[in-house]
Design a protein around this ligand. Structure first.
Ligand SMILES: C[S@@+](CC[C@H](N)C(=O)[O-])C[C@H]1O[C@@H](n2cnc3c(N)ncnc32)[C@H](O)[C@@H]1O
Length: 188
């Protein structure tokens, strides 16, 4: 996997003392870039599989001179267990994951059970996975999957007050689509 590095390295942000938040599939990056600008005392790492989107966000990080964010091109379900130490992550954000409607493609869905298992160790106790989606069936799929882990508890999605939205979220709101906000806390 080719890592496209921004101003920071993964190791620097991981070994730093600040809390670490991850965004999986950041797309054009509005959410993670705004978070990194607003919360300078938190480090942010983003994983995204599309080259063009990673390059776009790397340029934005450089232009904004942000030192608390690193993004790379890789599959989060491979990179998180391989690169992030146990109990290092505070929050994981998954915003508007691809729905993969066709039955034969459903295995590709972020937040299927194996995917949740892949990042379980890297999340700290008390760490939270925040999910946003405009697909009702996907929100039900995610809730069902988390229910199968007694180590996760559904909680309120309580981080909307800063009004930071992903690119897709802005579009959904302008089109009047329903959005489902979910959150799950690692309790053991
Ligand atoms: C529908 S887009 C949403 C983009 C952005 N989060 C937003 O809300 O605007 C989903 C993104 O997840 C990325 N993606 C899908 N599977 C991934 C994986 N396993 N690891 C990292 N990124 C992934 C896709 O390339 C795509 O850019």
């Amino acid at each position: 996997m080719i890592a496209i590095e921004a101003t920071n390295t993964l190791d620097v942000l991981i070994n730093d003392k600040k809390p670490l938040d991850i965004e999986i599939g950041f797309g054009k990056g509005q959410f993670i870039l705004q978070k990194a600008q607003l919360y300078k005392d938190i480090n942010f790492i983003g994983f995204e599989v599309k080259d063009g989107l990673v390059n776009y966000v790397v340029k934005a990080i450089e232009n904004l001179r942000l030192s608390n964010i690193y993004v790379e091109k890789s599959f989060a379900d491979v990179s998180i267990p391989a690169k992030i130490p146990n109990e290092r992550i505070r929050n994981i954000y998954v915003n508007f994951p691809d729905p993969w409607w066709k039955r034969k493609h459903k295995k590709r869905r972020i937040l299927h059970k194996e995917f949740i298992q892949s990042f379980y160790n890297s999340l700290e106790i008390g760490g939270i996975i925040y999910v946003r989606t405009d697909v009702k069936e996907y929100s039900e799929f995610v809730q069902k999957n988390f229910l199968e882990f007694d180590s996760f508890q559904p909680i309120e999605h309580d981080i909307l007050s800063d009004n930071i939205m992903s690119n897709r979220e802005v579009r959904c709101i302008s089109e009047g689509l329903d959005i489902y906000y979910l959150a799950f806390k690692k309790i053991k």
